[in-house]
Structures are given as C-alpha cells and as structure tokens.
Design a protein around this ligand. Structure first.
Ligand code: HEC
Ligand code: HEC
Length: 320
C-alpha cells in the first residue's frame, strides 16, 4: 500500500508523535515517581500563619533572590540536609528558585531569633550592614508575624527543633539581662568553656590588624553594637535582650582573648547575636576581637610576639 502524504496525514502523525513524547516524559514519570507523592521524613504541613507567610514570599518575589534547595555541592547554610523530592509535598508552586543573590533559605528556620528577623525585615542593613536585600518595613504587623513564622518553618522538623532550642535559651538570656548588667555579663562569660577563656589572642595588635578589625566591625557588627560599641546600633530598637554595650565589659577583667573569640565564632543562642564562623575566618575573628578589646574594652591581651612569623608580620603598634 502506498501512503500519499497530505496535510491531514502529516497533522495526525505529528500530533501522535507529540502525544507519545508527552506520555513518556510527563505522565509516565508522574504516575511512577513515588517520592513526589510521599512526604519526606522531615516534612510537616505548614500552619495557617506559615501559609500566609508563604503567600507573602511569593507575592514579594523573595524567590527571585533566594532558593530553597540544597545540593551535595552546596556548602554553608543547611548543607547537612540535602533537598529531597518529598520536602515539596503538596506545595504549588514549589519555591525552588534558581538565583542565589541571597543565601539558600531551605534550612533557615531556627537559625536566627524572631527579633533578628524583625530587624532584618525592617531594614536588612540593620543586622547586616552590607546587605543588598530590599527593605520590607512596609509589612503590616500581621504580615511581619506571618513572614517570620514562615522563615522559622523552613527546614520543617529540623527547624522546629532549632526553634525550640532558641526559645529555651531565650528565656535564660532574658532572665540574665533582667538581673542587671554585670549579672548578665557573668552569665554570658560562664557560657564559655574554661579552656577557651585561657587562650590568649595569638595575633599582635598591629595597626593593620586593628584597621582590618575596624572594617570587619563596620561590615558585620556596627548595626547592632553601634559605631562606638555602646550597643546602640539601629537594630537595637528591635532586639531583646539588646546588643551588648562593650564598654561595660571593661569592668570584667576576663573580657578578652579566647572568650571574645568563642562568643563571636558561636554567637549566643536565644539572642540576636549571630554566629560568625561561616562568614569570618579565624584570623578575621581575632582581628575584630583585637579591635573590640583595644577600643571599647581597653583590655587587649594580644600577643605582641607572634609564634610563626609570616610574610604579613610587622612590628606591633605598641611595643611592650
Ligand atoms: C534583591 C534580592 C533579594 C530579595 C528580593 C530578597 N532577599 Fe533576602 N537576602 C538577600 C541577600 C543578598 C541576603 C544576604 C544578606 C542579608 O542577610 O541581608 C538575604 C538574606 C536573607 C535572610 C537571612 C538569611 C541568613 O541565613 O541569614 C532571610 C531570612 C531573607 N533574606 C528572607 C527574605 C524574604 C522573606 C524575602 C521576601 C519578603 C527576601 N529575603 C527578599 C537578597 C534578597
Ligand atoms: C543582630 C545583632 C548583632 C550583631 C550583628 C552582632 N551582635 Fe554581638 N551581640 C548581640 C547581642 C544581642 C548580644 C548580647 C546578648 C545578651 O546580652 O544576652 C551580643 C553579644 C556579643 C558578645 C558577648 C560578649 C561577652 O562578653 O560575652 C560579643 C563578644 C559580641 N556580641 C561581638 C560581636 C561582634 C564582634 C560582632 C560582629 C562581628 C557582633 N557581635 C555582631 C547582637 C549582635
């Protein structure tokens, strides 16, 4: 039999080919890809408030700058937990995102306290002076609550555990703050293991180290602890307990070296004080500790004779 090609036949043939492709790449996987129909172990449904926050996330285009998936190649935020199909159970549309102008948010729940988020939404440059995220100060109080609730839900059960931990520590931090300035400092210092407190600053407080410390301070700390270290940065109005007034540390002789390092590296759980081990390498933490110790506390135990003299060595600003 000879089949003569004509418009009708070509039309039917093309439609059949396209149908076959759609069945093979859309319907067959959809019917057989079981994982997408099953929630992951970590998954839990969002509450009504969290769902409202999710709508605001979509409406304000947060997904244009933030992703919500972690792959094996991603280091940093939440890389302990790779994204699984079941994490997106029942979400339409899933907030995968494709651009990371800002960090991935899939595990941000419990990373920060609610008051940190309130300051950050109002103006991201308050807690993070160099942020390029837009202000969301126009959120109504109800929208702010919903957005914070949604942020704290990201990471599902793992996030819930982190949030519970933050809240438990928050009670202690608030009680310590309410007890008075010096009691609060004692409480903060008692959190630091003795081994760390005995570590002296291994870097000399050279002019360059102090200069680097000043830059790091402006980039990461000034919005909370304030330009003169008195805890009166613009974020302070949002935070309780408020950022520490470093000048009060002068009354506590142990306020230097490893103690500052430990607090800056790990942050203070339950308060807005973030951990900075992800953003600042070891030497940068020592540089900013030098800066605090020298200018705000007036008690710098920095080594003036460094152990390994490297190419960056230069004599200390103040010889002993
Ligand atoms: C123009 C891009 C942009 C948009 C739009 C944007 N962000 Fe961001 N976001 C950033 C950048 C950059 C950072 C990192 C600096 C910082 O913390 O502010 C960030 C940080 C964050 C953080 C802190 C993450 C962490 O690990 O500390 C959260 C939470 C956040 N954004 C939530 C949101 C939400 C919710 C929206 C929408 C209401 C939003 N962002 C819209 C760019 C953006
Ligand atoms: C988002 C606000 C915020 C930012 C940003 C911030 N801090 Fe803090 N910091 C706090 C708060 C709040 C406390 C005190 C908590 C308390 O009293 O319970 C604190 C406490 C501290 C302490 C504890 C001191 C002690 O004696 O135990 C140190 C050290 C410190 N901050 C250093 C820094 C440095 C250095 C930076 C920048 C690299 C920084 N902080 C950035 C909010 C912030």
């Amino acid at each position: 039999m000879i089949i003569h090609m004509n418009a009708k036949l070509i039309g039917i043939g093309t439609t059949l080919v396209i149908l076959a492709i759609v069945v093979a790449v859309v319907f067959v996987p959809h019917a057989t890809f079981e994982a997408a129909h099953r929630p992951s172990d970590d998954y839990r449904p969002l509450t009504t408030l969290e769902m409202q926050g999710r709508k605001l996330y979509l409406k304000n285009g947060c997904n244009n700058c933030h992703t919500q998936y972690i792959r094996a190649v991603d280091w940093g935020l939440g890389a302990e937990r790779l994204a699984q199909a079941g994490d997106y159970f029942g979400q339409t549309p899933p907030m995968l995102g494709s651009i990371r102008t800002g960090p991935d948010l899939s595990q941000v729940g419990g990373e920060h306290t609610d008051d940190w988020h309130a300051a950050h939404f109002h103006n991201p440059r308050y807690p993070r002076p160099e942020s390029i995220m837009p202000n969301f100060g126009f959120f109504s109080p109800a929208e702010l609550r919903a957005s914070i609730a949604y942020m704290q839900s990201l990471g599902f059960r793992a996030a819930d555990a982190r949030v519970r931990r933050q809240l438990a520590w928050r009670e202690k931090a608030m009680a310590a703050y309410a007890a008075g300035i010096d009691q609060n400092i004692r409480w903060l210092h008692d959190l630091v293991p003795q081994g760390w407190r005995d570590v002296p600053n291994p870097y000399p407080a050279t002019e360059v180290s102090l200069g680097r410390g000043a830059t790091i301070y402006q980039r990461w700390c000034l919005g909370c602890h304030g330009p003169v270290g008195d805890g009166q940065g613009p974020a302070a109005a949002f935070l309780y307990p408020p950022p520490l007034n470093f000048t009060t540390l002068a009354r506590h002789a142990d306020s230097s070296g490893g103690l500052l390092y430990y607090q800056i590296m790990n942050g203070i759980t339950g308060t807005a004080m973030p951990y900075l081990k992800r953003e600042l390498e070891s030497e940068k933490i020592w540089d900013v500790s030098n800066y605090l110790a020298q200018y705000f506390i007036g008690n710098n135990d920095a080594n003036l004779e460094p152990k390994g003299i490297d190419a960056a060595y230069e004599p200390a600003a103040k010889e002993p």
